[in-house]
Ligand binder design. Structure first.
Ligand SMILES: [Zn+2]
Length: 144
């Protein structure tokens, strides 16, 4: 399998598709990430913390845009302007969650293939049929 480039990986994330094969869906519900790709078997999120930085920064970026909008909008009634900007902000941040998460998963995948990180501790490199150090097989057992 040919390793995808950064642009291709990001485009697959924007379309909410598997960053490796581009065919499998990332989500089984609106914001419920599937454990692995149903087409190629890629485990989407070996470590949940790997996507936190992108999610935090993208939320901060959106908040910055909203703050800029608050300074640029000059409504007749100040409360109306604030209500409009705040409600638009909440809707934009919530509506973009799945796409931002998908791009975060795609960037996590890309960083792992370019930095050649070792497979997840629950994985077995002998299952690495795609040569990208990503675990292929059943997901790890659920721990509480
Ligand atoms: Zn896939």
């Amino acid at each position: 399998m040919i390793r995808p480039g950064l642009r291709q990986v990001i485009a697959r994330g924007v379309r909410k598709r598997c960053p490796r094969c581009g065919r499998g869906r990332l989500f089984r519900a609106w914001y419920t990430l599937d454990d692995a790709c149903r087409t190629c078997g890629l485990t989407y999120e070996c470590y949940e913390g790997n996507t936190w930085a992108f999610m935090y920064l993208s939320t901060a970026f959106l908040t910055g845009l909203i703050l800029a909008a608050m300074f640029l909008i000059k409504p007749d009634e100040i409360w109306m302007g604030r209500a409009t900007v705040v409600s638009a902000a909440v809707m934009a941040i919530i509506a973009s969650l799945p796409r931002r998460k998908a791009v975060a998963v795609a960037l996590d995948y890309y960083s792992e293939i370019i930095w050649n990180q070792p497979p997840a501790q629950f994985g077995d490199s002998r299952n690495d049929v795609n040569g990208d150090n990503r675990f292929v097989g059943s997901p790890p057992p659920h721990r509480d």
